[in-house]
Write a protein that binds this ligand. Structure first.
Ligand code: ADP
Ligand code: MG
Length: 341
């Protein structure tokens, strides 16, 4: 008896979906990234009960025609790259053409979409990877994706989700990063009917920061804006005064070419530059946008991970370290001591 089976399509899709969709926050990430790639200027994210029964992302972007609305659920269906040559010059957030296929494989998805200037839109229903219906409908320009009952067909994975409140917290963190990444987009985030964040989309990073952290943060940040012609590297954003420092790294937000990333290299340059500026065990608060020629950075590391790899690590580390250090030195911190009269 041979031992080897060829897996059936359902199983293959479930395995692939596992790479992309870990929890409701991963669905929100993929949907919003698609909205951003579709050049939307306004995106609304609504969730119920941690996103497990209900996620809706509405955008005013390019939309899809009926043919694309059918195709978008196919695995490896993407409008963003055409061949492997494009992998070295990626400008969009997506490019694998796997997200919608993976999300549909583990949930019940509905899409309403209408291209700009098109007379009618398309409504597609897909349950567990199977297209249930495709209809012409009237709907606003742009795209709305509704994802219901994540992991409804894989109870084993449903059990691994945390309480709705915890899943909602992951989504809130993610939306905050998206707002900080895209001051030029107006975001609304609604959790169980309650408005949590609303950013204006006026393009100003500080106003995006205020919509996440509140007005008081304005007096506690230092602007940084530097660039280097030789490497093409530039750094723009805000460093927190010591009053914003925390005992964890939750308030370090790095964006490389507009994409939220976690990078031990960037954290290290930020923290090393703050050495002797902060109390022991405290981590600096920062919202930093790094821009670098696309040929100098590799984003093709893992589908769902937020890691990047820089070609010239040492150069990136030392320029950023030096710029932050110089900025801190130019803005000596004088604690705000309120004098009693
Ligand atoms: P990828 O983003 O890697 O291309 P996805 O599975 O996320 O793959 O999406 C597949 C395709 O569906 C995209 O390439 C895009 O053409 C289309 N699409 C998905 N979401 C939207 C949207 N919100 N607006 C317009 N087109 C979209
Ligand atoms: Mg995508």
């Amino acid at each position: 008896m041979p031992k080897i089976n060829i897996l059936d399509e359902f199983t293959i899709n479930q395995i692939a979906a596992g790479e992309v969709v870990e929890r409701p926050a991963s669905v929100v990430k993929e949907l919003v990234e698609n909205s951003i790639d579709a050049s939307s200027s306004a995106i609304t994210i609504e969730i119920k009960d941690g996103g497990i029964p209900f996620i809706r992302v509405t955008d005013n972007g390019e939309g899809m025609d009926q043919q694309d609305a059918r195709l978008c659920f196919e695995r490896h269906a993407t409008s963003k790259i055409r061949s492997s040559d494009d992998l070295y010059e990626i400008r969009s957030l997506g490019f694998r053409g796997e997200a919608l296929a993976s999300i549909a494989a583990i949930s019940q998805v509905e899409i309403f979409t209408r291209p700009r200037n098109s007379l009618s839109g398309t409504h597609v229903i897909n349950h567990g990877g199977n297209v249930i219906s495709v209809q012409e409908v009237g709907c606003p320009e742009g795209t709305t994706v509704i994802v219901r009952n994540i992991f409804y067909n894989t109870p084993a994975r449903l059990k691994f989700l945390k309480a709705p409140r915890t899943e909602a917290a992951y989504i809130s963190d993610l939306v905050a990063k998206l707002i900080l990444a895209h001051p030029e987009i107006s975001f609304r985030y609604i959790n169980n009917g309650k408005a949590v964040y609303h950013s204006s989309g006026n393009g100003d990073l500080l106003s995006a920061i205020i919509s996440v952290y509140g007005r008081d943060v304005r007096e506690q940040v230092i602007k940084i804006d530097r660039s280097d012609d030789k490497s093409g590297l530039s750094l723009y954003g805000y460093l927190g005064r010591p009053s914003l420092a925390r005992m964890n790294r939750n308030h370090q937000s790095f964006f490389v070419n507009g994409r939220y990333v976690k990078s031990s290299l960037l954290s290290r340059s930020l923290e090393d530059a703050h050495r002797s500026y902060l109390p022991l065990h405290h981590f600096p608060w920062a919202v930093l946008h790094i821009s670098i020629p696309t040929s100098q950075v590799d984003v093709n590391v893992h589908p769902a991970k937020t890691e990047v790899r820089f070609r010239k690590e040492e150069e990136v580390y030392s320029l950023i370290f030096q710029w932050i250090r110089e900025t801190l030195e130019a803005h000596p911190y004088i604690p705000d001591i309120k004098h009693e009269v």
